[in-house]
Design a protein around this ligand. Structure first.
Ligand code: FAD
Length: 323
């Protein structure tokens, strides 16, 4: 059977819709048998439920010569105590990284630490973490969420980054507004991560996966490099990676490739062996439902591997796949 691009796109859209269904997420989380089965599929992309799982996998990859990002997964948190708990967990992660000497970056969604309740709460929690991270010499990185939140995220980031230069920001190349947003960040050199964008957006605001999107991604890299920003090129797309190497940008100070844990370890190994700086983005926590849906939506053949993993016939610890 030939799966056409059109069917693949419909499947991806359906997965992204499933990802947003709070009732399905709640059902999975409250039904231990289903939670455990799906968790086996998530284990390909998520190191485990606890901080220690993330730290252990991070340590092993750091020992192999990779730079590390760590995220305590969660977003759209609407309970104030859950936001404070997430902030506390992230501060404990910062402490733990400093203590065990892993030079990692900590990534998170602002809607995990307050944005879904109040911008000021997110700002307060971000600056508390940034102060601590600065003392511990840890870099923080704000993820980018749905376009309905882009203004708020950029505004909170811009305010906080005046006092805290140790915070970076993620920009989504699929949004039509991003070249302007990048320009508006001004001339101060910053740490910027460019991604394609994981969320389903209205067609007036974003373009889908296409050669036009790849061209736009390259233009954004060029714009950022010209401004002297330190840059994480966060993609698994070999055509973009090859173009970045061809243009020599990867040799600029502070420019690196950043790929998600569990995705294309072969490519990560190849890039690292060739001497390029490669960072692996690891996650941990119980809120992996949305994350798993996004990873399957991005690459529909992953659904076959997910089914094998659920039946326990999948691959072993993903760290072993990194050379
Ligand atoms: P695609 O065109 O989606 O994929 C290109 C090729 O890469 C595919 O053909 C396939 O070969 C391979 N590939 C891609 N995804 C997978 C997969 N899941 N499994 C197996 N192979 C795959 N998105 C946000 O919206 N906000 C964020 O803050 C954010 N942070 C990110 C941080 C990092 C470090 C990375 C790497 C991604 C982040 N993303 C974020 C996700 C991003 O937006 C894309 O959805 C994701 O990276 C897939 O897009 P791609 O650039 O790899 O290109």
């Amino acid at each position: 059977m030939i799966i056409t691009k059109n069917v693949e796109r419909q499947f991806s859209d359906a997965m992204r819709t499933i990802a947003r269904r709070g009732d399905l997420k709640a059902y999975v989380e409250q039904t231990p048998a289903i939670y455990q089965i799906l968790q086996r599929a998530a284990a390909k992309y998520v190191t485990g439920e606890g901080r220690q799982d993330g730290l252990e996998a991070g340590r092993k990859l750091a020992d192999k010569g990779y730079a590390i990002s760590l995220e305590y997964i969660g977003e759209n948190t609407t309970d104030i105590q859950d936001c404070e708990h997430a902030t506390l967990e992230l501060t404990l992660l910062i402490h733990a990284l400093a203590e065990c000497g892993i030079p990692a970056r900590v990534s998170f969604d602002l809607s995990h630490i307050g944005l879904s309740i109040d911008d000021e709460l997110a700002y307060k929690n971000l600056t508390v973490m940034a102060a601590l991270a600065r003392q511990a010499d840890v870099e923080l990185f704000v993820s980018m969420e749905e376009s309905t939140k882009t203004d708020a995220i950029l505004s909170i980031y811009s305010r906080a980054s005046v006092a805290y230069a140790n915070i970076g920001i993620t920009l989504q190349s699929h949004l039509n507004r991003t070249a302007k947003d990048l320009n508006d960040l001004g001339r101060i050199p910053r740490r910027i991560r460019i991604v394609k964008g994981a969320y389903q957006e209205p067609e007036q605001q974003a373009i889908p996966r296409s050669s036009a999107l790849n061209e736009r991604y390259i233009q954004l890299i060029e714009q950022a490099v010209r401004k002297g920003h330190r840059l994480s090129i966060a993609t698994h797309d070999e055509s973009i990676i090859n173009e970045v190497m061809k243009r020599g940008w990867i040799h600029n100070p502070g420019v690196e490739f950043e790929l998600l844990y569990g995705i294309r370890p072969d490519l990560c190994s190849q890039l690292k062996k060739a001497g390029y700086p490669v960072r692996i983005y690891l996650t941990y926590g119980r809120e992996w439902y949305l994350y798993l849906c996004h990873r399957i939506a991005e690459y529909p053949p992953n659904v076959f591997q997910a089914i094998l993993d659920m039946m326990d016939a999948g691959t072993a610890d993903p760290v072993h796949n990194y050379e």
